[in-house]
Design a binder for this molecule. Structure first.
Ligand SMILES: [Zn+2]
Length: 463
């Protein structure tokens, strides 16, 4: 996930959408709990978020046509029409849909028609539906892409079944000894999901099925241990101060977690703070054996110049105005009156001017013949994208820079860093080690989201 772009609308929605909640009792513990744990059953007056019966997960947008398959006997309906039933179709039926003007044109066997929207729903909830070689629980809704051409495909699925298609892709597949980490991941992903519902409403669904929200690949490749972790934590989410927690997580914090408002243009949260990812200050970090706990990248002068020609203008456009601009402060000081921040020119210097208390780069000054850019917080990972051919963003903002020079100026730049991801909230590498050392999932969650409480929502039956 890299979901720092969300709005704050969900809290208003949550406040309005209250329903039943049961407090998390003390009987759900794992094998043992080493440190004292705060997360427990706490009365939370006024905290009653609900979960809709079905979430809408966006699988495709703007497609000219879609080919869907019914895994079992299914109903083809037009939800906006009366009567809605179009056709009963047998197992294995193929359904095609294409956009024609304002409507969805469908074809199944010898039948076809045009409707405002189209639903494909198995009659037996155990049966699956398929799209592009992937199978899904729940049903499919096809609608014209809001505000654009083509079709949008939404998978309507209950929260717990959705998580079964998320958890193994977000934390990986692990053995029995990682059970508590899988359970912690299930709670974090569930919390993230419920707290981000409605943010994509203008797309016609709740969440994207990729790193814009959480990676979701349906029902065809679930993991038995992840499914068990989801069942054991069914309905559990994290709460703090009467609201759902913003349960961000990333692969490896590099030894110390991030405070959210210091790395993203987002409000501070009492539980998203920087602290050592260790059993006690000074101890070896839980995540120290992770493959990207330490990393090194080196850019040649020509490579770095080429990278910055693309990334500095992109950064300037995104962070020189609006809410991001207010968070970032001044991001460009021109060298001369006619300097254009969208044309960086030659690289002259690179220097870390400020760091967050966790050691992450807070202000990277990049001086070019056009002027000096101040790159703030986690965005430094996009501006200094990796030198390799994949062009991925830098592993983390927790790094030192070495700038080598020759008679022509900068000859190469080396970044030596720690961790992979933004470092906010749960460190997945650390959570896996904590699980293997015997911490239960509540202790893991309390370590990464300190001061939060577990509460149980009413949700569907799941995997
Ligand atoms: Zn860590």
């Amino acid at each position: 996930m890299n979901g720092w772009d969300g709005s704050d609308g969900r809290r208003r929605w949550l406040a309005a959408a209250l329903a039943c909640l049961a407090l998390f009792g003390s009987g759900c513990g794992g094998p043992k709990r080493l440190p004292p744990v705060v997360a427990s059953s706490v009365a939370v007056p006024g905290f009653k978020p609900s979960v809709p019966a079905l979430l809408g997960i966006g699988l495709a947008e703007g497609r000219g046509n879609l080919v869907l398959t019914a895994g079992g006997p299914s109903l083809l309906t037009a939800p906006d029409e009366r009567p809605p039933l179009l056709k009963r179709i047998p197992a294995g039926s193929r359904l095609t849909a294409e956009r024609r003007g304002p409507v969805v044109f469908w074809r199944s066997g010898a039948d076809s028609g045009a409707v405002a929207s189209l639903r494909l729903a198995p009659q037996d909830p155990q049966d699956l539906v398929a799209f592009e070689d992937r199978q899904y629980r729940g049903d499919f809704l096809v609608l014209p892409t809001p505000g654009g051409g083509g079709l949008t495909l939404v998978n309507n699925v209950d929260l717990e079944a959705y998580l079964a298609g998320v958890v193994p892709w977000e934390i990986g597949r692990h053995g029995e000894d990682a059970t508590a980490a899988l359970e912690a991941q299930a709670v974090a992903a569930r919390t993230y999901t419920v707290s981000h519902l409605r943010e994509r409403a203008d797309h016609g669904f709740d969440l994207f099925a990729d790193v814009m929200d959480q990676v979701y690949k349906g029902a065809g490749d679930e993991d038995p241990l992840c499914n068990r972790a989801i069942r054991r934590t069914r309905g559990l989410v994290l709460e703090a101060e009467g609201e759902l927690v913003e349960a961000y997580y990333s692969a490896c914090c590099g030894g110390t977690t991030s405070r959210i408002d210091q790395v993203w243009p987002r409000p501070a949260r009492t539980y998203l703070v920087d602290h050592p990812d260790a059993a006690r200050p000074g101890a070896e970090p839980f995540c120290s054996r992770y493959k990207y706990f330490t990393w090194t990248y080196t850019w040649s002068r020509s490579r770095l110049t080429a990278v910055l020609q693309g990334t500095l203008p992109e950064y300037y456009r995104a962070y020189s105005a609006g809410a991001r601009g207010r968070w970032a402060g001044p991001v460009f000081s021109p060298q001369g009156g006619d300097a254009d921040p969208l044309r960086p020119g030659e690289l002259l210097d690179l220097e870390v001017l400020a760091r967050t208390p966790s050691g992450r780069v807070a202000d990277l000054a990049v001086t070019t013949t056009a002027g000096t850019y101040h790159v703030r917080g986690d965005r430094v990972r996009w501006v200094l994208s990796r030198p390799g051919s994949d062009g991925g963003i830098l592993r983390s903002a927790l790094f030192d820079l070495q700038v080598d020079r020759d008679e022509h100026g900068i000859s190469k730049v080396t970044a030596r860093g720690h961790g992979y991801g933004h470092g906010i909230g749960m460190c997945q590498a650390g959570a896996l080690v904590m699980a293997r050392r015997g911490y239960d999932f509540a202790a893991i969650l309390d370590h990464y989201y300190p001061g939060t409480a577990l509460v149980r929502l009413q949700t569907g039956s799941g995997p």
